[in-house]
Design a protein around this ligand. Structure first.
Ligand code: UDP
Length: 337
């Protein structure tokens, strides 16, 4: 198939593009490089043994997007492009709603006149809100606590309404838990700009000497060791989940929501220990106050994706840490410009 991948140069997008190309699909990346580098696209081609096409377009530039979509002639779209920093979304809500929600509307409107009606959307377990019932199933109540989360919530609703209005639209909403790790080659991985917000990139940067120590945001949660518990899944497993969802969608159509997670919760202290085991590098840390807005624990019930997609996230936390370290140690400053 010809697949349009918005945000294909980003962290999850790049890993998904490699697997799509390896599976024999043609890939057209739409990315404006606002939070990614062209070098990622070059390395996708290097890993897959053949390249993706590239349209350097901002989803908010409607005229250019229409042209890019028409020229690409996709049979399906995997939509990653969007802003994703929770704290920044609280400070800049309009920017988040415009980029994420209006960007998605532009994309769907650009697709409408083409024959392409198959969309896989990058959503987040953040839509389960502040007091999740664990383990999280897809039919749990949804909500949000910040503009980033609300933007995902709104886009999910837009996609559901679109399918309800016209069931020739085939929609998969994928709710990611915590994507971590990197391609086992060490050639592509997560390249956050500035100070990392997420745990694994911060730990990796401490290990490589870019940061002095990790702040553990609270050890007084109601969890086994007091630190926050999350469901960390390998980014290559997550990428494989997109292929499984896409293939299923093409077979059966419809509107589906699938959790992509391992089903296992791990604490911050468990992550630190696994990283130290995998790398042999000690991670200095101090326990600080809780981060505002954080919840004690979140982990998936991935049964629906396991059964309907024949997909599981089976990389261990140790394998995740080893791959994250290969990427970080071989690319200590991330991708070159
Ligand atoms: N965390 C931490 N120090 C950091 C970053 C994160 O202790 O520098 C904790 C955070 O409180 C949470 C877990 O690590 O319990 C995962 O945080 P992350 O931001 O990676 O994911 P999210 O909270 O969005 O699920």
């Amino acid at each position: 198939m010809r697949i349009l991948v918005t945000g294909g140069a980003g962290y999850i997008g790049s890993h998904t593009c490699v697997l799509l190309l390896e599976a024999g699909h043609e890939v057209v990346i739409v990315d404006d490089f606002s939070n990614s580098k062209p070098e990622a696209v070059r390395r996708i081609g290097e890993l897959a043994g053949r390249g993706a096409e590239l349209a350097e377009v901002d989803l908010l530039d409607r005229a250019s997007l229409d042209d890019a979509v028409a020229e690409a002639g996709p049979e399906a779209v995997v939509h990653f492009a969007g802003l994703k920093a929770v704290g920044e979304s609280v400070a800049q809500p309009l920017r988040y709603y415009r980029t994420n929600v209006a960007g998605t509307l532009n994309l769907l409107e650009a697709l409408a006149p083409t024959g392409c009606r198959t969309v896989v959307f990058s959503s987040s377990a953040t839509v389960y809100g502040p007091e999740p019932q664990l383990p999280l199933k897809e039919d749990a109540p949804t909500s949000a606590t910040n503009p980033y989360g609300w933007s995902k919530f709104m886009i999910e609703q837009i996609l559901a309404d679109l399918h309800a209005a016209d069931d020739s639209w085939a929609i998969a909403t994928l709710r990611y838990f915590n994507p971590v790790g990197a391609h086992p080659s060490g050639r592509i991985g997560e390249d956050p700009q500035g100070i990392p917000n997420n745990l694994l990139p911060f730990v990796s940067q401490v290990a490589v000497g870019r940061r002095e120590k990790l702040s553990v945001f609270g050890d007084d949660y109601d969890t086994p060791d007091g630190t926050g518990v999350r469901d960390y899944l390998h980014v290559v497993d997550l990428a494989a989940g997109h292929l499984a969802a896409l293939h299923r969608l093409v077979e059966v159509g419809g509107h589906h929501v699938w959790n992509l997670g391992t089903g296992q919760g791990r604490s911050v202290f468990e992550v630190i220990a696994a990283f130290e085991r995998a790398t042999g590098v000690p991670i200095p840390y101090e326990v600080t106050d809780r981060r505002p807005g954080d919840i004690a624990a979140s982990y998936a019930d991935p049964t629906k994706a396991n059964q309907e997609l024949g997909w599981t996230a089976d990389h261990t936390l140790d394998a995740i840490c080893a791959d994250a370290w290969r990427w970080q140690s071989q690319n200590p400053e991330g991708y070159p410009d």
